[in-house]
Design a protein around this ligand. Structure first.
Ligand SMILES: [Zn+2]
Length: 268
């Protein structure tokens, strides 16, 4: 008889209904513990790890046309079919090959990153991971590993975690590209870079970052994506890229949540 055939679909339907029910129940419980709120303004929402429409509209996401080297938005599409490079990148080429950032630095992004960095508010992590994996699609396509920009261990003690490493971990969860947090070492505790000129930042950083001896063999010939939260002047990423290049990395790209542009400097 075909009784088996009759019961199997019914059984599996029941099973899937049951598991759907369980998932739904688990989600309902999670929602009562962690209310669904906008990550920025705390407005109630229908979903986790998201921004409300008003906050979303304030984020200046970077989309094409953009400078392939600096990752900054370009005012118009030059009509070229391949990657476009800005005049700024041609005049002063960066140490890295390509850079991408999710958004221009602005009020909403600043609040989100600030909460993530200093407030131990990690609820934006998932959203940041999805944003970074999206913005970095081209860089991540054939990357060998992700290297978070390191914090000096004293600052690490003060803050308990390296935000760049957490971001790299989220990207890795989505892309399965391994994170190598031990490639770069910050050997000099540099004072906070806030408010310093580019020359002062560069002076501060000289000799501050080096390649861990044990990592040298891994770097030689590797395609590396450096991960950071904000590219301000690019001096930290440049210092990292310089030592990676010297160690023989084949390609060094930079992926960050936000980049400070002339436009965002005016707006912040
Ligand atoms: Zn909001």
């Amino acid at each position: 008889m075909n009784g088996d055939e009759d019961t199997r679909p019914a059984g599996s339907a029941l099973q899937s209904r049951l598991s759907r029910g369980l998932v739904g129940a688990a989600r309902a419980i999670a929602d009562t513990i962690v209310p669904l709120l906008c990550l920025n303004c705390r407005l109630p929402l229908g979903t986790h790890d998201a921004l409300c429409a008003a906050c979303w509209r304030q984020v200046r996401f970077i989309r094409a046309p953009l400078c392939d080297r600096l990752g900054t938005p370009l005012p118009f599409d030059g009509g070229a079919s391949g990657p476009v490079v800005s005049a700024a990148a041609l005049a002063d080429p960066p140490q890295w090959d390509r850079a991408r950032a999710v958004a221009q630095f602005g009020p909403v992004v600043r609040e989100l990153i600030h909460g993530f960095k200093y407030g131990d508010r990690h609820d934006a992590r998932r959203l940041f991971g999805r944003w970074l994996a999206g913005a970095g699609t081209e860089l991540l396509a054939d990357a060998d590993f992700l290297v978070p920009v390191p914090l000096h261990r004293w600052r690490l003690l003060g803050r308990k975690f390296n935000q760049a490493q957490l971001l790299a971990g989220e990207i890795s969860r989505i892309t399965h590209i391994p994170v190598d947090p031990f490639v770069l070492e910050r050997v000099k505790s540099t004072p906070s870079q806030v408010g310093l000129s580019e020359a002062e930042r560069r002076h501060n950083l000289s000799g501050a970052i080096r390649i861990a001896d044990k990592a040298r063999a891994r770097i030689d010939g590797a395609k590396v994506v450096l991960i950071d939260d904000v590219i301000t002047t690019g001096s930290t990423a440049a210092a990292c890229a310089r030592v990676l290049r010297r160690a023989g990395a084949e390609r060094i790209d930079v992926l960050a949540l936000a980049i400070v542009t002339d436009e965002s400097r005016i707006g912040v």
